[in-house]
Design a binder for this molecule. Sequence first.
Ligand code: ZN
Length: 315
Amino acid sequence: MRLHCAVACILLAAAGAARAQEQDFSKVEVKIAPIAEHLYLLQGAGGNITASVGADGVLLVDDEYAALADKIRMALKSVGAPDRPVRFVIGTHYHYDHTGGNLPFAQAGAVLIAPEEQRARLVIGGTIGNNASIAKEMKALEPAALPVITFDHELTVHLNGEDIRAVHYPHAHTAGDAIVYFPGAKTVAMGDIFVRYGFPFIDLHGGGSVQGMIEACAAVLKQVPADAHIIPGHGEPAGVADLRTYVKMLQDTSAAVAQALKAGNTLSQMKQQHLLGAWSAQYSPPQAFVDTDAFTDTLYNSLSAHAARHGRPGR
Ligand SMILES: [Zn+2]
């Protein structure tokens, strides 16, 4: 049975559930599908992997889990990747379902690249959570699994005829997110800033914020052509219209919570009033990783923190 991302996500969320490290990866299949020339999507048990494959070698965006490294290599080989180790891995964010393969790929010679803030978090590990209903501990990575090249704003890798641009968007899904643009292939790999499993998880404890998520999505929409391929952190490839719908949901749900906050409503009142009920059917499927209450917690905490940091007019 293919382990769906939602299952991995539930593992991440549920207190006392089997640790991700103890997941059985033996039956996981790593699928590979073309997105554009020289560009592929790999899907196994963790976050999506986008791969540039060509005569210059292979660059990965994210690397899932260590236990899947050989299956990832076999999938790359099946589409004609050169018989050489992966050369570069760009990390979209520190979460273990996206960076778990760092160690085996680095040990085989890959150069790991990430925003400086992402590396800083990988060094210490810590709680992944929304400061309420979702919390999961992540171990610090060992030195050999850490990025060796870091950047503050952006960095370009010139490979396989493409200018692969990694851009740091601060305080979005985490503090150290990178979105990776493949302009020649009209493709953008967004990591977990854009997901398709329902309401998104925002790692507030790891420096994320809903405002940063919205800003990052808006920046992508400004830059990509109308027929761009939008690769989410989890789920199937999407188009510009899907990303627009998702951003509108983030904006509208945030506005609803912000308004309720301004009116002096408490978090439990917002839940009792089903403040986000209009979005539940579409974004909170049964056994959702982030259900409507968890997303209300997330927005409440994110927007309260924002108000505390920036002050309020008249105060
Ligand atoms: Zn994540």
